[in-house]
Design a protein around this ligand. Sequence first.
Ligand SMILES: Cc1cc2nc3c(=O)[nH]c(=O)nc-3n(C[C@H](O)[C@H](O)[C@H](O)COP(=O)(O)OP(=O)(O)OC[C@H]3O[C@@H](n4cnc5c(N)ncnc54)[C@H](O)[C@@H]3O)c2cc1C
Ligand code: FES
Length: 301
Amino acid sequence: MNHRLAFHDVAPHGHRYARASDLGSFEFTYKAEITSIYRLTDAENLYRIRIVNNEDRRHFSFRPGQFVMLELPGVGEAPFSISSSPSNREDIELCIRTVGNLTGVLGHAVRGTRVGIRGPFGTSFPMERMHGGNILLIAGGLGLAPLRAPIAHVQEHRSMFDHVDIIYGSKELSKLLFTFQYEMWKKDDIGLHIVLEKGDPAWSGPVGMITKVLEEIIGFRDVSFIRQTHAIVCGPPVMFKFVCAMLSERGIPMHKMFVSLERRMHCGMGKCCRCNVGSTYTCLKGPVFDYWSVMNLKEAI
Ligand SMILES: Cc1cc2nc3c(=O)[nH]c(=O)nc-3n(C[C@H](O)[C@H](O)[C@H](O)COP(=O)(O)OP(=O)(O)OC[C@H]3O[C@@H](n4cnc5c(N)ncnc54)[C@H](O)[C@@H]3O)c2cc1C
Ligand code: FES
């Protein structure tokens, strides 16, 4: 039988679906549904999403740092980093901030809402290359969302890493993401260092810029520690510019620092020319780059 005939299986909202194995995963839209919604802050929700078809679900896998295109039927499609453990083959989680049209509608979604998922797309953090050494996981604001997958990898392979520290900067106390995870991270011997830009009567931790805390954490480390260290940095470009400069100054080589560059994306597959930095399409060559490559990309930061 010609498999392509199966493509004419038309979904209720007018999209054509096929098996990912028949079609490049770029163009394949998995039928999925929202199985739970957890309010993280006033602006961000954590959506747990399950691919409906069992075979498709088994087929789907991703690596830390990759993203999916989430489609809301009748509204549109947008890229979101996968913010859950790659070893969870049942569901994926997306931490989504309400900023505009699609995310606004999504803010009113309920359990059982049908969505489409395309992907996974993009480059990933080379976690295996970091085995045996120390890791600094550095996030600013919503940057903690893409970091949650590499953190889950670290937790599940804790003996493969030496010192692990999360350095997380947030504007204010009420904007902290994933507060329910902090104790679990600490239990797995992961150092958690949170800094707020704006003080709060209920906050006794550090206040200021993320670089201040970073300095305290790496400032006293000797050369052999630094040589064994990789860094993953996610956040607004201005943050990783300063953070990476500081890491570099301390002796961490640029090829051992990884950043996630988020550009506006539309197709996710190198066709629409929306996401380019110079001549590089971040949907294909990114979003994860080592800092050495970013330094050589014009307009990247
Ligand atoms: C690889 C990648 C991973 C991402 N991961 C996440 C994630 O984990 N969680 C999350 O909440 N968001 C993430 N984003 C951003 C997300 O895709 C946008 O917030 C989303 O497309 C907004 O859609 P909208 O229709 O609600 O907003 P629109 O109505 O299209 O726009 C509303 C406002 O948001 C701005 N905006 C839209 N898209 C982007 C963008 N890509 N970057 C910056 N500003 C934008 C617009 O300029 C406008 O001001 C990611 C983006 C990329 C490219
Ligand atoms: S999103 Fe279309 S080319 Fe990258």
